[in-house]
Design a protein around this ligand. Structure first.
Ligand SMILES: NC(=O)C1=CN([C@@H]2O[C@H](COP(=O)(O)OP(=O)(O)OC[C@H]3O[C@@H](n4cnc5c(N)ncnc54)[C@H](OP(=O)(O)O)[C@@H]3O)[C@@H](O)[C@H]2O)C=CC1
Ligand SMILES: O=C(O)[C@@H]1CCC=N1
Length: 284
C-alpha cells in the first residue's frame, strides 16, 4: 500500500469516458499542480451540459455523445490511458464503439463495478491491456483508496502507470481480480456506509434536542476527530475505543447496546448484498 506524497507525477495522455462522480473525483487529483499530464486530458459525457462544465478547465478537452456521436472515439485517439467511468451496463457498448480507435499500446482502465477483465479483453484488440480498478469518492480530496487488478495482458509497466494515476488521489492496493468485488464492498461502497451512519447519528442528536446546525457540528466533528486521531496515533481502534469507555461509565452502556445489535453480522450482511450485486453486474 502506498500513501499520497507531494511528489511530481507525469502521466501520458488520458481519456475519461464518463464524467460523473467517480471520474470527477479522480480528475480533481489530476488537476493538482504536482501532476502533469502530457498531451492533456480528454473527458466525455452523455450530455453537452456536463461536458460544458469542463470547458473552462485548463488542459481538459470535453466532448458529449449527444452533440457528437464520435465523442468517445475522438477522445481515445492518441490516449495511452483510457479510463472507463460509465455505468457498468454501458461498458460493453462503449468498448465496442471505441475498440477500433484505441491506440495499439493503450491501457484500458475500468472503474466499473462487476464488469470482468475477461469481458473487457474480449471487446478490445489483443494488443490493448486491460486493468480493473475500484476507487472511492474520497479521491476527490486526495484521500481515496483504490484497488487495482491487472488483466492478463497488462505488463508491469502498465500496472505501475495505473498505480501512479491513482496515487495522485490517495492510496493504492493491488489485489487479484478474484478479490476486487469484495474490496469494492469495503472501500468502494464504504464511504456511503460512513455517510449513512453520520446521517442517522445527526437525526439522533436532533431528537436529543440539539438544533440541526449543532447536531451536524457535533456529529461531523466527532467522525473527523476520531478518524484523525486514529490516523495520527496509529493505535488500534479497539484501544482508542477503550480510552473513551470509562469503566462503569456512560459510553460502556451505549457500546453494550450497539454490540447487542450484532453490528458485525450487520456489516457481513450488507457487504454480502453488495457482493451479490457485483456478481449480477458481471453477468451483464
Ligand atoms: N460513485 C462511486 O462511488 C463509485 C463508482 N464506481 C464506478 O464508476 C462508474 C461511474 O459511476 P458514477 O461516477 O457514480 O456514475 P455517474 O452516473 O455519476 O457518471 C456516469 C457518467 O457517464 C456518462 N455517460 C453516460 N453514457 C455515456 C456514454 N455513452 N459515453 C460517455 N459518457 C457517458 C454520464 O454523462 P452525463 O453526466 O452527461 O449523463 C456521466 O457523466 C460506474 O461504473 C461505477 O461502478 C466505482 C467506484 C466508486
Ligand atoms: O454503487 C456502486 O455500484 C459503485 C461501486 C462502488 C461504489 N459505487
Amino acid at each position: 500500500m502506498t500513501t499520497t506524497e507531494a511528489r511530481t507525477t507525469t502521466l501520458p495522455t488520458i481519456a475519461f469516458l464518463g464524467a460523473g462522480s467517480m471520474a470527477g473525483a479522480i480528475l480533481n487529483g489530476l488537476l493538482s499542480p504536482v501532476v502533469s499530464v502530457t498531451g492533456g486530458i480528454r473527458v466525455t459525457s452523455r450530455t453537452a451540459e456536463k461536458a460544458a462544465g469542463f470547458a473552462e478547465t485548463a488542459g481538459v478537452t470535453a466532448f458529449a455523445t449527444e452533440s457528437r456521436a464520435d465523442a468517445n472515439r475522438e477522445a481515445v485517439r492518441g490516449a495511452k490511458l483510457v479510463v472507463l467511468a460509465v455505468k457498468p451496463y454501458l461498458v460493453p457498448e462503449v468498448l465496442a464503439d471505441v475498440a477500433g480507435d484505441l491506440e495499439p499500446d493503450a491501457v484500458v482502465v475500468s472503474v466499473a463495478a462487476g464488469v470482468t477483465v475477461a469481458t473487457m479483453e474480449a471487446a478490445v484488440p489483443a494488443s490493448v491491456a486491460v486493468i480493473r480498478t475500484m476507487p472511492n469518492t474520497p479521491a476527490q480530496v486526495g484521500r481515496g483508496v483504490t484497488g487495482v487488478s491487472a488483466g492478463s495482458r497488462a505488463s508491469e509497466a502498465d500496472v505501475a502507470l495505473v498505480r501512479e494515476l491513482f496515487e495522485t488521489v490517495g492510496a493504492v492496493v493491488e489485489v487479484p481480480e478474484s478479490q476486487l468485488d469484495a474490496l469494492s464492498t469495503i472501500s468502494g461502497s464504504g464511504p456511503a456506509y460512513v455517510f449513512l451512519l453520520i446521517e442517522e447519528f445527526v437525526k439522533t442528536a436532533i431528537a436529543k434536542g440539539f438544533s440541526a446546525e449543532q447536531a451536524t457540528l457535533l456529529v461531523e466533528q466527532t467522525f473527523l476527530g476520531a478518524s484523525e486521531l486514529l490516523a495520527a496515533t496509529g493505535e488500534d481502534p479497539a484501544e482508542l475505543r477503550r480510552r473513551v469507555t470509562s469503566p462503569k461509565g456512560t459510553t460502556e452502556k451505549a457500546v453494550e447496546v450497539l454490540q447487542g445489535a450484532s453490528l458485525s453480522t450487520l456489516f457481513d450482511r450488507a457487504t454480502d448484498a453488495a457482493l451479490a450485486r457485483a456478481q449480477e453486474l458481471a453477468k451483464g
